[in-house]
Each structure stands twice: as structure tokens, then as C-alpha cells.
Ligand binder design. Structure first.
Ligand code: AMP
Ligand code: GLY
Length: 420
């Protein structure tokens, strides 16, 4: 089969590698991919906002199916467009993608279906929102509605902070805002919970914990993700069942009642408090760097798994995992998530990867066989091991060997599961 992957991050390189290992896949195109995907597949420079070019290319090359990595093309309706032209694609359509594209859509769904989540209110102007603040206890959470690339969420400790957050959102810091959300602050431990669905049935697809903050000790600004580990230390059968029964099934069934079939990866960002799960947010894709962390543990042929979803035969497919732990550390360009330089050369020629050691590229590009940085998050080192501590030690050793003078990374990824 010939497949296409849309996106250019570490998640997409990990997907590309898993497809490369699949016995059914003969050709992989990445739109636009990165230096890592270029080494194992064919990168195609294409403007992802131009759906027509993508359609024409896919038809011309007779691509069997496409996998969409990031949220924006999903929320923009790329799946609907391609399916209209009889191109098969793994990812949710525009209506289903509202689960990520509109926080208010998801909150209302939770309210209608009694899905546990933080109490919330929707506000349409500064005055209304500020008036509500007078009745609030702090901290309080204030959120812009649309996609904001991991930003657009404020945890405000004081009335002053909250007022500033409201102003910034309504003044358009995260795009035009006609409404915002004010939410109760949930105190607990976060967990990422994944399922895969073919629109008819679904299966669990593992758990992880990511580290969003830029500094060690989970301090500093929010980023796209500085590292992750899998499984989450919270995972157990009782909690899994609660998540499925109280959150995942009501959501998928609720969408079905409105004739929306969810096909793709569904990623629930949860807060777990005293053994009870609460939904913080949905993403309609795999997480990045959770995807890079999880896929090396997958035993099942990934190409066949996705094909079974395309054919709506997921219920007949068994998903098997290596019974290992996995840990990912992200190497970033100095200055990230604020200002950072691009086009800095990386030399990976002498890097040796042993069994169960993986290097995924994120913001990189290949120019005349040389690798240059092309984004804030640049490389992902992932190790599969029987123990988290061993995984982290090996990842740190590889990052030290890479010795990129323009990069930095957190040395404490997995600190909750590594005590010594
Ligand atoms: P979101 O983009 O909705 O995932 O929010 C980003 C981050 O803000 C989450 O990963 C949480 O760490 C935090 N957060 C969001 N909503 C809440 C909440 N209601 N209570 C506590 N923390 C929250
Ligand atoms: N790791 C967080 C995300 O992919 O949204």
C-alpha cells in the first residue's frame, strides 16, 4: 500500500517509522515531513492550507490512505474534503474535530451527558466575565475558545491576574474571541488517555504523562511538550474502567446520536482526583510527544491497524503491546518557547542507537544531506526499557552524545516515576 502522512513533527516521524516497519506498506509520502522522514520516506513540500493540491497529488500517486497528524487540518475539515473526493483518510471529520477545536462545544457535550469535568461558565464580554469573578474562589482557570497551540489557558491566582487574562483573550491575543470560558480549578494529577476508533468501535491505545512546562520541576512557561513517559503511574484497571464508562463511551455515543462518527485517535487530557477522572480537554489526534513515546511499545503492525480502521474492521483487530516502559526527552533550541534561532546545523553522523533506542526528528530539515534545525522542538530521544530509570539514563546519555551546543533539554522527565 501507498500512504501519506500529514505533518512535520516528532509525532509524524514516529508514525512514519512505524509505517516503514509495516509489512504492508511499500511507499510513504510525508506532507511536508522533516529531515528524519526524508531519510525513510518521500517528503513533499506542499502548503497544507491548499486542500486541492493535496487531493490532486494523492489521486495522481494513487495513495491508498492518508493519516493526519496535527489538529489544524482536522479542525479545518481536510477529512471531509478528501473523503468527498473518494480519498481514504484516518482522522476525524470537521464536526467531530470540534471536540478539540471548540472547548465550549466539549464543555456543553459534557454538561448534556453528565461527563465529569470542571464546573464552567461561558462569557461573551469583559463586563459579564469580571462580574462573575467577584463570586469566585482562586485559583481559577480562564480559557480562550479555539485552537491556541497549547496556549490560551490561564491559571489565575488573584482577581487582578484573572482580569488581565480576560482582557488579553477578548483583545484577540489568541485570535478573534467572541466568548471565553471560566472554569473551576481542579487539583489532582494529570494523565493522557488514548483510544483509537474506526467510527464504529473503539479500542484503548495506552496512557502517558507529558511534561508541558519548559523548566525542571515542571516550572516556567507552557510548551508543546518537553518529554513524556508511558504508562502513566495512575493507570490501573479500576481507573481505566471509570474513564471508559464515564467519559469515553458517553462521548462517542453522544456524538453518534448526532450522526457524528468519530474515526481517528481520541486523546483525553484528564485530571485524576482521589481516584476519580475529570475531563480537562479532548484532542482529536495523538499527542506530541506522547505518540513518539507510545508507538515504540506497539507490537501490532501499525500499517495494518490503521488499514483496519479505514475498512471499519477495528473490532476484529487485536492491539498488542510490549510490556515495557517508555520515556521520551525532547531536545529544544535555546530560547524556546520564546525567541530561538533556526537553521542551526546538527551533526548526528556518529550517533549509535542500540536496540530499543529511537531518535525521532521534530523541527529539522535536510539540505544537501546536512541536518538543520527548523523549529523550537528539534529532536526526540525515546527509550524502551523494563524500568523508567534505565530509560531516562540511556536517553540522557544519547543526548549528551549528540552534544548540540544550541540545544537544551530537561533532565528530570519522569520525576514522578523515578524516585532515586
Ligand atoms: P488545556 O489546553 O485545556 O489542556 O489546558 C492546559 C493545561 O492547563 C492542562 O494541561 C492543565 O495543566 C491546566 N488546566 C486546564 N484546565 C484546568 C482545570 N480546570 N483545573 C486545573 N488545571 C487545568
Ligand atoms: N502533548 C500535548 C499535546 O500533544 O497536545
Amino acid at each position: 500500500m501507498k500512504v501519506g502522512i500529514i505533518g512535520s513533527g516528532g509525532r509524524e516521524h514516529a508514525i512514519c517509522q512505524s509505517l516503514k516497519n509495516s509489512k504492508e506498506i511499500e511507499k510513504i509520502y510525508c506532507f511536508p515531513g522533516n529531515a528524519g522522514t526524508e531519510l525513510i520516506a518521500k517528503n513533499i513540500e506542499i502548503n497544507l492550507d491548499n486542500f486541492e493540491n493535496l487531493k490532486n497529488f494523492s489521486l495522481e500517486k494513487k495513495i491508498d490512505f492518508l493519516i493526519i497528524g496535527p489538529e489544524k487540518p482536522l479542525v479545518d475539515g481536510l477529512v471531509d474534503y478528501l473523503e468527498k473526493h473518494n480519498i481514504k483518510v484516518f482522522g476525524p471529520n470537521k464536526l467531530a474535530s470540534q471536540l478539540e477545536g471548540s472547548k465550549i462545544f466539549t464543555k456543553k457535550l459534557c454538561e448534556n451527558l453528565s461527563i465529569p469535568t470542571a464546573k464552567f461558565g461561558v462569557f461573551f464580554n469583559i463586563n459579564e466575565a469580571e462580574k462573575f469573578l467577584k463570586k469566585c474562589n482562586y485559583p481559577i482557570v480562564i480559557k480562550a475558545d479555539g485552537l491556541a497551540a497549547g496556549k490560551g489557558v490561564y491559571i489565575s491566582e488573584t482577581n487582578e491576574d484573572a482580569k488581565m487574562a480576560i482582557r488579553e483573550i477578548f483583545e484577540g491575543k489568541f485570535g478573534k474571541a467572541e466568548q471565553l470560558l471560566i472554569e473551576e480549578f481542579l487539583d489532582g494529577e494529570e494523565m493522557s488517555f488514548f483510544v483509537i476508533s474506526d467510527g464504529k468501535s473503539y479500542k484503548q491505545f495506552g496512557t502517558a504523562q507529558d511534561h508541558k512546562r519548559v523548566l525542571e520541576g515542571d516550572k516556567g512557561k507552557n510548551t508543546g511538550g518537553m518529554g513524556a513517559y508511558s504508562p502513566s503511574r495512575l493507570e490501573n484497571e479500576v481507573l481505566n474502567n471509570k474513564i471508559i464508562k464515564k467519559i469515553i463511551e458517553p462521548t462517542l455515543n453522544g456524538l453518534k446520536k448526532d450522526n457524528i462518527n468519530f474515526k481517528g485517535f481520541l486523546y483525553a487530557g484528564l485530571m485524576v482526583k482521589n481516584g476519580e477522572p475529570f475531563l480537562i480537554e479532548y484532542n482529536v489526534r495523538m499527542g506530541d510527544p506522547e505518540c513518539q513515546t507510545l508507538l515504540p511499545k506497539l507490537k501490532t503492525d501499525f500499517g495494518l491497524l490503521i488499514k483496519s480502521c479505514i475498512d471499519e474492521k477495528l473490532s476484529n483487530t487485536k492491539i498488542e503491546w510490549h510490556n515495557d516502559r517508555s520515556l521520551c526527552i525532547v531536545m529544544c533550541s535555546k530560547g524556546y518557547p520564546d525567541e530561538y534561532k533556526k537553521n542551526l546545523e546538527l551533526n548526528l553522523d556518529n550517533l549509535k542507537l542500540n536496540k530499543n533506542e529511537f531518535l525521532f526528528h521534530a523541527g529539522t530539515r535536510l539540505v544537501n544531506s546536512k541536518i538543520f534545525s527548523n523549529g523550537g522542538r528539534v529532536l526526540n530521544v525515546v527509550i524502551r526499557s523494563s524500568e523508567f530509570k534505565l530509560a531516562r539514563d540511556k536517553a540522557l546519555k544519547l543526548l549528551k552524545d549528540i552534544n548540540w551546543e544550541n540545544g537544551f533539554y530537561r533532565k528530570d522527565i519522569g520525576h514522578k516515576v523515578i524516585t532515586e
